[in-house]
Design a protein around this ligand. Structure first.
Ligand code: GAL
Length: 428
């Protein structure tokens, strides 16, 4: 576990991590009449996980009204803008979802969230989480959030029937094989080779192609201060990215990740690269989930070229400074940090718990595989840049802008130049 996390901790917080320190003023008092919880889990799949934890919270806190302030838009594309303005205007929700890693560090540095050290002590949490995950949410010796899960971003979902029709014996193992497979699907089946949704799903694809082409160490190195994005290896990866995009649907650009993922299980598209929240959506029962069957309706594999690496991210909940219902927020953080809460949330969400003591028998199908991968002694870790681990918010936005322009221009040289600049100007 230790070696696995080390590289990522270095990439994300660099020298800013410090030894653990004393607690903040995170307990005691405040209004418990309600709790406004902010996330972007409104859509099928994601909302189920939140609902499961909310129901448990309401059972345990009958006097506290749960106000669901979720704002639609996969990966928080809309929610994060609304959140930023609420925080700026000092109108914070009582708790909001922030990704562990560089994204959380932005909120900490802006003084927008409170340290939770005494909350951790009071609830015996320091031993409940992997040490190295705690490092991702620690700044200058203080712990700032409560992780609820670990998601994997580098998953290739595919339709086995379409692969068979295309004459493919299995999922592609390298980026080059992936491109050949996309061509085979196009030439032989008439189906969509790779489904894509809203623009952010192209950013998500980009992180997967970078990881698949560059390898884990070179990918992780991209997020270190002074990293060189102008290398021929990056040019090759971006050229592959451009090639892969030729096999996606233009009209899918208006749908979110659910539309793109659904195309695979509905037999309309051969492949989709998406985080494992797609699994919850696929298998959860209707009407929220699609009630589909693993192995029959869909299968999974590591994204091409990324076997042996867990590109991870972690959803975590915070205590904003000036939370109007502070005691309600603390009660919510208790729920989100509890073994029971995490074991209710994660099987529905398509993630594995952040805590170390989960009931593994609850995690079936893909999630059993995810657990095994996560605990493999030789697994390597890479931090997802799109989902907050590797890049701060400025960098994340600048890359998104570059990708948006690229989707129009298809000019690899311009994309690389913009990415070089984004790295230089990130301030990370
Ligand atoms: C990620 C988030 C996941 C999931 C996904 C799609 O950023 O961490 O929990 O919600 O976006 O919306």
């Amino acid at each position: 576990m230790r070696g696995r996390w080390k590289a990522v901790a270095a990439v994300v917080l660099g020298g800013m991590l410090a030894v653990s320190g004393c607690g903040g003023n995170d307990e005691g008092g405040g209004d418990a009449s309600q709790v406004e919880v902010f996330s972007w889990w409104t859509g099928p799949g994601e909302a189920d996980g939140l609902q499961a934890m909310k129901a448990d919270f309401e059972r345990k806190n009958p006097g506290t009204k749960f106000v669901n302030a979720a704002i639609a838009g996969g990966s928080g594309t809309q929610a994060q803008a609304v959140l930023a303005s609420r925080l700026q205007n000092r109108k914070p929700p009582d708790s909001f979802q922030g990704h562990a890693g560089a994204e959380l560090l932005d909120y900490i540095k802006a003084g927008q969230i409170e340290p939770l050290d005494s909350f951790y002590d009071d609830n015996n949490l320091r031993a409940a989480y992997p040490q190295q995950l705690l490092q991702q949410i620690t700044y200058q010796g203080k712990i700032y959030s409560v992780p609820v899960n670990i998601h994997r971003s580098n998953v290739l979902w595919y339709n086995p029937r379409i692969l068979k029709d295309a004459g493919l014996s299995g999922p592609p193992k390298t980026v080059a094989e992936f491109i050949a497979a996309l061509k085979a699907v196009k030439d032989k089946t008439g189906k969509v080779p790779l489904s894509l949704g809203a623009q952010w799903t192209a950013d998500h694809l980009l992180e997967n192609v970078l990881l698949g082409d560059l390898g884990t160490d070179a990918y992780n190195a991209l997020w270190k201060p002074g990293a060189d994005w102008s290398t021929p290896a990056v040019t090759r990866a971006l050229t592959d990215f451009a090639e892969i995009l030729k096999y996606t649907t233009v009209e899918a650009a208006s749908t979110d990740w659910q539309g793109a993922a659904k195309a695979v299980v509905d037999g309309k598209a051969a492949f989709n690269i998406m985080g494992d929240w797609a699994y919850g959506y696929f298998v959860n029962p209707a009407p929220n989930g699609l009630g589909k069957k693993l192995d029959t309706d869909f299968k999974y594999a590591p994204a091409p070229g990324t076997d042996g690496t867990y590109m991870w991210l972690s959803d975590s909940f915070t205590l904003p400074r000036g939370a109007p219902h502070r005691a309600g927020a603390i009660a919510w953080l208790k729920e989100a940090s509890s073994k029971e809460g995490q074991d209710l949330f994660n099987p529905k969400k398509g993630s594995i718990p952040a805590r170390k003591d989960a009931d593994r028998s609850l995690y079936k199908g893909y999630l059993e595989y995810a657990f095994n991968e996560w605990t493999r002694p030789d697994i390597k870790l890479a931090g997802s840049f799109w989902h907050g681990v590797a890049a701060n918010k400025k960098w994340h936005t600048d890359i998104d802008t570059a990708v948006g322009l690229f989707l129009q221009s298809k000019d690899v040289g311009k994309l690389q130049a913009a990415l070089v600049n984004a790295a230089k100007n990130s301030g990370q």
